[in-house]
Write a protein that binds this ligand. Structure first.
Ligand code: 0PR
Length: 391
């Protein structure tokens, strides 16, 4: 820091230039975040100084948080759920496992079983807590393979994790069956719906189909991660962690001697009230019908894109369940680089099977997906012809 400050004009000129070097979302097909809804942004700014780490000072925001948790609980079929607004999926997953561990202090070397498709936040859980995270392999449709989950369970297992909307393929694990196993064996079941939580409830589906069941409707589900800052269109950092029973949240309490309240259950101390207000704002403003429209919009683009991609000779790894598509292309890493260098597209790579991962967020348009496909065809064709030259 310099001794003397610079003028506001200079400062914002500088910041504008720097912001200009950040990527705009329009050509980003690799992110699970997007532009927040305009009402979320407005509410975020309105509550910018509010600190949920000292709720006695911010009683209004605290009430809002309870309302948000109730709305999330209703969305997930448990209006009495307890929880709080976290900084995102990582904190929610850490806290969910921490709650299990604190409930089962009687188990000396506890383990938790997650699908191998679980987000890397579970590796952080293992690192922080020392709890063994056992990874179960998947079936050919990339859902966790239940016989392997059962095989991994032993007397030190305290909980299971299922993913509703895997990061790489958007697949939903068989949560109903995991719930049955959890009940039978007396285990906790955490569902990571960081992405899918704001997608699955708004997908068109026939009521007879249970394939998408993932929430508290299933009696074995004890906690859920759901992120408003992903498909919820809230501002970053808005995560959600919900527990079926109040006592599971209470497992996280620590004593806070000099605050306005005597205990705290969040992982962070100082905590954004702005995230609470922005999540409240966007959920109240959009309502279920608003989210349904947004999700349907993303799904229409996804379906259209997959059929056009097929016509161009690219198959998806699985039939997309939600607005995530992984395409089989030759040399995905090289294709990814060329798409960025030559056309400015940002895509990512799914690991197993290695494929081109595309997330169709609300900032993605039909027109852009059409352009993207054209560019993908050019990139793959050119790679083919370069090989011909080399040969
Ligand atoms: N659980 C699931 C299923 C996730 O997909 C993610 C993040 C998390 C938990 C962790 O959430 P937080 O990142 O909020 O802690 N999935 C994305 C990913 O790692 C996050 C992301 C978002 C990455 C935007 C890049 C990006 O531009 O791919």
């Amino acid at each position: 820091m310099n001794e003397n400050g610079i003028s506001r004009e200079k400062l914002f000129h500088l910041l504008n230039n720097i912001k200009g070097t950040d990527t705009k979302y329009e050509k980003v097909l690799s992110s699970m975040c997007t532009y927040p809804h305009e009402v979320a942004l407005k509410a975020h700014i309105q509550f910018i100084e509010s600190n949920m780490g000292d709720p006695g000072l911010f009683t209004g925001t605290c009430e809002l948080e309870q309302k948000v948790i109730q709305m999330l609980g209703e969305l997930l079929h448990c209006s009495t759920a307890s929880g709080y607004i976290t900084t995102g999926g990582t904190e929610s997953n850490i806290q969910a496992v921490r709650s299990m561990r604190n409930a089962r202090r009687d188990v000396k070397d506890p383990n938790v079983i997650v699908p191998v498709s679980a987000h890397f936040s579970f590796d952080k859980v293992a690192d922080i807590s020392g709890i063994e995270i056992r990874k179960a392999q998947l079936d050919p449709t990339l859902k966790v393979y239940l016989p392997l989950v059962e095989e991994l369970i032993d007397e030190n297992t305290i909980g299971l994790v299922g993913i509703a909307g895997t990061t790489e393929f958007g697949q939903i694990d068989p949560i109903r069956q995991l719930s049955d196993i959890a009940i039978k064996k007396g285990l906790f079941l955490h569902v990571d719906a960081a992405f899918g939580g704001f997608v699955i409830p708004f997908l068109q589906r026939s009521y007879s189909s249970h394939a998408f069941d993932f929430d508290f409707e299933l009696k074995g589900v004890t906690s859920i991660t759901i992120d408003p800052h992903k498909m919820g269109l809230s501002t970053i950092p808005s995560g959600g962690l919900l527990f079926r029973e109040r006592e599971y949240l209470d497992n996280l309490r620590v004593h806070t001697p000099y605050l306005t309240i005597s205990s705290q259950y969040s992982l962070t101390g100082t905590r954004s009230g702005a995230a609470v207000a922005s999540t409240y704002a966007v959920m109240k403003h959009l309502g279920r019908s608003g989210y349904r429209e947004i999700v349907q919009g993303c799904m229409n683009i996804t379906t259209e894109f997959v059929s056009r991609a097929r016509m161009a000779g690219f198959e998806p790894v699985i039939e997309p369940v939600m607005n995530i598509v992984s395409l089989i292309v030759p040399e995905p890493q090289r294709v990814r680089e060329l798409l960025r260098e030559e056309f400015g597209w940002h895509v990512s790579i799914a690991r197993n099977p290695k494929s081109l991962r595309i997330v169709i967020m609300p900032h993605v348009t039909h027109e852009n997906m059409e352009l993207f496909l054209q560019d993908l065809v050019v990139v793959v064709d050119n790679m083919g012809s370069m090989e011909d030259v080399e040969m």
